[in-house]
Design a protein. Structure first.
Length: 193
């Protein structure tokens, strides 16, 4: 009787792929953040967001509009700046009055080439002013939320808060205003709920 053929092990590359975790690229995080800000922060209907994205892709030839187009909103429709005119992307390019729109997505910092480099999550209720106190920057804190201007990761601050340290103690320790610590705790608790 002949020997049975032995199963060959998977090539190393295939084994690695099977066990790798899929991680989001920063560009995907920016798209999710912008979409969430448009939907939750400004209350724009998903159908209008979809129409605006399709319009910008089709007419302005922008492959990834949530990253490359600087949308503005009035809480109902999405607008983009095209050749000095404000165009309603949710309504197939109708021109809008620039002065009618005050609220916009100003929580993303862009580089010279128009690429998003950092985002500032919403940390307070929609009726409160939204400071840029928490930042997500792929070059700081390993891309995790940090206290703006410090590089101190929010999750570390919140762990210490949950362990019993007061916001005043943490603010003194990190040499930041107490409001910054409050925003860190608020943002982490919002994510957990």
């Amino acid at each position: 009787m002949g020997a049975e053929p032995q199963a060959q092990p998977l090539p190393r590359r295939a084994r690695r792929r099977r066990h790798e975790r899929r991680l989001l690229a920063f560009s995907h995080l920016v798209e999710a953040f912008v979409l969430a800000a448009i939907r939750r922060g400004h209350g724009v209907a998903l159908q209008r967001v979809r129409k605006a994205i399709q319009f910008v892709q089709r007419e302005l030839h922008v492959e990834r509009p949530l990253i490359h187009a600087k949308f503005k909103t009035d809480g109902v429709d999405l607008f983009v700046d095209q050749w000095g005119r404000l165009v309603n992307a949710s309504k197939d390019g109708q021109v809008a009055m620039r002065g009618a729109l005050e609220s916009s997505l100003k929580r993303v910092d862009w580089d010279r080439n128009g690429l998003a480099v950092r985002i500032f999550p919403l940390v307070r209720s929609a009726t409160d002013p939204q400071p840029k106190s928490i930042v997500i920057d792929p070059e700081r804190g390993f891309g995790r939320p940090t206290l703006a201007g410090t590089g101190v990761r929010v999750e570390i601050v919140v762990e210490r808060y949950r362990a019993g340290e007061s916001p005043a103690e943490l603010a003194t320790d990190y040499r930041v205003p107490v409001e910054l610590i409050d925003d860190a705790v608020r943002s982490e608790l919002r994510e957990a709920s």
